[in-house]
Design a protein around this ligand. Sequence first.
Ligand code: FAS
Ligand code: PHB
Length: 389
Amino acid sequence: MRTQVAIIGGGPSGLLLAQLLHKEGVDTIVLERRTKEHVLSRIRAGVLEQGLVDMMRAAGTAERLDREGFKHDGTVLSFNDEIVRIDLAKHAGRPVTVYGQTEVTADLYAARESWGGETLFEVDDVELKGLDSDAPYVTFRHDGQDKRIDCDFIAGCDGFHGVSRKSIPENVRTEYEKVYPFGWLGILSETPPANHELIYANSSRGFALCSMRNAHLSRYYVQCELSDKVENWSDEAFWDELRRRIPQEVAETLVTGPSIEKSIAPLRSFVSEPMRWGRLFLCGDAAHIVPPTGAKGLNSAASDVYYLHQGLTRYYNDKDNEGIDRYSEKALARVWKVERFSWWMTSLLHRFPDQNPFDLKMQQAEIAFLQENEAAQHALANNYVGLPY
Ligand code: FAS
Ligand code: PHB
């Protein structure tokens, strides 16, 4: 088999890149390790920056997003019962859109299938070869057979545990990591949202987040011990703990119900540099991870896709290498600012096991400063809605 760009990974990064390249007449094949059903069963991000919404529109895949997505002009932070609403429209001039990553991925799969884009599911033993040559290729097993795809470039969109990042020689890679001493226990429930906007709560018992997918589907998280297990949490125990962590006026009207999904996610900050080696480009979680406190995981994958799509389009259509030659530098410049914001939001809103009374006072002062200072709210709003590409 031969294609122009071989894409490893059929998550949102790989699919969005494939769809945007298709629009430019660039041929791709997507290799995905799991089944499509498994990929679409994952419950992940819920908040889209305008940049990602605009790219979905450019990709011709935003019809349902525009119809069903919720525009939010504000978001709420709480410190015990103290509430700070960050006015995104006033400070940043644009909203965020609440629309699940699962739906984004489903819309991208539907578009790829509508024009017959080639996606190979349940591929195994993927290996990237010839990355430092002019003739890279991918070998893998599929349907019990050894296969090979020759290509011009490979986009490593295979997430944190994928093969692409590790295909860059260790002596070329520099990795930066911070692992947080807690996780997020999340549930999905067919109940109306607790509030019309998201609430990020820092309480004496730990962090909690009230989010949603639509008017009848809510997404909640509570900070939990790293050693915690989903089976330790009955639905009732989760709701009781959530009510203790969110502002009382919200807890009193919280509508609870059975969880239809329950999972624990660890939190880490991670960046691997560079994001290009020879004919391989890393995109999304394959290159970087953020704690979800700033809603930046999917959105920073999207900005990588923006830069890589632009670069590859210039290469194929204008015979201009500058976009791909500067990809890693441009993507990382934004990635590090997103890492900082996500680390800052996580430090501000969680209770750390080794936190002393002074540390707690610093968190309280930071929230009080946010409450009083327009410039502080302006800075948070502009990071939250998404820095420019
Ligand atoms: P993905 O991991 O989504 O996709 C990579 C794909 O590559 C997967 O389908 C995988 O099966 C495939 N793959 C892996 N190895 C392969 C191989 N060798 N060959 C072929 N295919 C291979 N972000 C937020 O903004 N908000 C959140 O609340 C949030 N919650 C999260 C919860 C969890 C449990 C996790 C893990 C992440 C969460 N994220 C969240 C971040 C998440 O949304 C990612 O940023 C987003 O999925 C990134 O998309 P991709 O880069 O496409 O990586
Ligand atoms: C979600 O709805 O899953 C969500 C929203 C905002 C975040 C993290 C997760 O910061």
